[in-house]
Unconditional design. Structure first.
Length: 189
């Protein structure tokens, strides 16, 4: 994929009982996912929430680390957060990628569970795509079913056969990026 953007979705996501909710942004997700996104050279990392107060909060954190006292103190963190931005929804994220890349992105989704109703795409196929893509991760109990079903591609779940495969979103991002772009260590295939 020539320009991959990552979206961390806070709405619409599932709540405990499967209802659609909006989750709160966490500081840890902003920082940790920004580092993974930077390490794998993604084009951008969007923290997506319709709650304006949360976007303002995240922007203030980003400012501190990008331009403020934090940037001087810990430049590596500043570099990681340089490609992070907040957006108010999925449609805005799609349009933002299109504006930057001159072409609408393919939208890919991730889930711990198998998803019916949207085409599957392998890690290898995704990595080989020419063009921009927006890769979405959920918070709460995962992306809302309409987001999963309307996607252009669903990446395979990680550890689908395991008794437990509910990873933190930070771990899921890191594993997914390594499956897409990682160096193979040891084995030559
Ligand atoms: N509150 C949780 C946290 O602290 O991270 C949020 C859980 S949220 C449901 C985790 C997201 O990571 C999922 O929506 C999905 O995008 C991804 N994820 C988690 N486990 C996964 C797996 N086994 N395979 C693929 N993606 C997974």
């Amino acid at each position: 994929v020539s320009a991959l953007y990552l979206g961390l979705v806070h709405h619409p996501v599932r709540g405990r009982a499967g209802e659609t909710i909006t989750t709160a942004v966490t500081n840890l997700d902003v920082h940790d996912i920004a580092r993974s996104a930077r390490a794998y050279d993604l084009a951008g990392y969007f923290v997506i929430t319709p709650i304006e107060a949360q976007r303002v909060l995240v922007e203030r954190i980003l400012e501190h680390w990008r331009d403020g006292a934090g940037a001087q103190r810990i430049p590596e963190r500043s570099e990681a957060l340089a490609r992070c931005a907040t957006l108010d929804g999925l449609e805005t994220a799609r349009r933002e990628v299109e504006r930057r890349e001159g072409r609408a992105p393919l939208v890919w989704v991730t889930s711990a569970r198998a998803v019916q109703g949207a085409p599957a795409i392998s890690y290898r196929e995704a990595a080989a795509v020419q063009g921009p893509a927006l890769l979405l991760f959920g918070t709460g109990h995962g992306l809302a079913s309409e987001v999963l079903e309307e996607a252009d591609g669903v990446l395979p779940p990680i550890r689908p056969g395991a008794a437990y495969n509910h990873l933190s979103v930070r771990a899921a991002v890191a594993i997914t990026l390594d499956r897409l772009f990682g160096d193979t260590i040891g084995d030559s295939d």
